[in-house]
Design a protein around this ligand. Structure first.
Ligand SMILES: N[C@@H](CCC(=O)N[C@@H](CS)C(=O)NCC(=O)O)C(=O)O
Length: 344
């Protein structure tokens, strides 16, 4: 018999699936579980080697943002290759049906009126697949999500859970061909208890909490998620008020990495799209400074694009029209680098 008090999943990684069907029926957004959980390991089917592995991502997706951040911060751009899908999924008129991630570097973004230069074809399977769905179908899976860590040698999916992917990239950064002499350890032994605790809270109330607020159709579920999101922002702002540069002290860790994609999106996208209009990150002095500090780290600004985020969150489901703000006190992402907004 399972213990009803014990969670059915690791809640720093996945959302509990208890009563998922009835919760969804009542209007709650409940994130499913990604099934590919193989590990990179010496002597295994998937040994860490330079140049062998590949990532499929969409830059608007915050879970993909975790892996593009890890790739850049760990110096893996040269040896872990990357394909980028268009930020809006297929529409009803697509021959394969709606809601699939698509590789199409010629597709026009409604926000800019031109193709997005970061978008690519699919280059890792050798089959130039148009849809992420086809990568899964080649393995007999009906999943459709990004990110995916893919092995170009065996043509197999290694993993499709971002938290696991970032941990493996960090653990094997040197063997995977990092360009850095000393790639940072994102999950240092001495800090693991703190990181685990922060990961659980940040996942539930911030990363996934934003989706619960924005994608649920039940007022109570939304209100609860809204309350928890802003309480957690308060708590993290207080934590950073002792002038520590990062969440666990002097070193940037997985906990910072997992907080960043949500806070990066908050003012320009989530405030409006996820109905998280209680406050901006700019209103929290310590969180804002932290956000600007992380944004200024090598590889971080390059790991994403607010154009993709805006286009992805507002494009298809907002009549193809993308809102332009905020413009005060200045546009984003420039605000993240503005010296006066980020005073020490
Ligand atoms: N557990 C996954 C969640 C990934 C996820 O939810 N990705 C979304 C995009 S933001 C997705 O691809 N959903 C399925 C789909 O759009 O087909 C992870 O963190 O890697």
């Amino acid at each position: 018999m399972s213990d009803p008090k014990k969670p059915d999943v690791d809640t720093s990684v996945d959302e509990s699936q208890v009563d998922a069907t009835s919760r969804r029926a009542k209007g709650e957004f409940v994130r499913g579980i990604s099934q590919f959980r193989n590990t990179l390991e010496e002597g295994s089917t998937f040994p860490p080697e330079p140049g062998r592995y590949h990532l499929f991502v969409a830059l608007n997706c915050p879970w993909c943002h975790r892996v593009t951040l890890a790739r850049n911060i760990l110096g893996l751009q040269g040896n872990v290759t990357l394909d980028v899908a268009f930020p809006n999924r297929t529409g009803d008129d697509d021959p394969a049906g709606p809601n699939f991630w698509e590789f199409d570097p010629t597709r026009i973004a409604s926000l800019t009126g031109v193709p997005l230069p970061e978008c690519t074809h699919e280059t890792a399977t050798g089959r130039n697949f148009r849809l992420v769905q086809q990568i899964y179908q080649a393995e007999g899976s009906d999943e459709t999500s990004v990110p995916i860590l893919y092995d170009k040698a065996s043509k197999r999916i290694v993993a499709n859970e971002s938290s696991q992917i970032i941990r493996m990239l960090s653990q094997h950064a040197t063997a995977l061909g990092s360009s850095l002499d000393h790639p940072p350890d994102l999950y240092p032994k001495a800090k693991r208890d703190q990181i685990d605790e922060l990961n659980s809270e940040i996942y539930a109330d911030i990363n996934n909490g934003a989706y619960k607020a924005g994608f649920s159709s039940d007022q109570k579920v939304y209100s609860t998620a809204f309350g928890k999101y802003f309480s957690m922002l308060d708590k993290l702002n207080t934590r950073l008020s002792d002038a520590r540069p990062f969440l666990t002290g002097d070193e940037f860790t997985e906990a910072d990495l997992r907080l960043f994609p949500t806070l990066y999106r908050h003012d320009p996208v989530y405030y409006l799209r996820m109905k998280l209009n209680g406050a901006k990150i700019l209103d929290y002095p310590h969180l804002w400074r932290w956000l600007c500090r992380v944004h200024g780290m090598a590889g971080v600004a390059d790991s994403n694009s607010l154009t993709h985020c805006r286009q992805g969150y507002f494009g298809r489901s907002w009549n193809g029209v993308v809102p332009l703000g905020p413009l005060q006190p200045m546009p984003y992402p420039e605000a993240f680098a503005h010296p006066e907004l980020a005073r020490e």
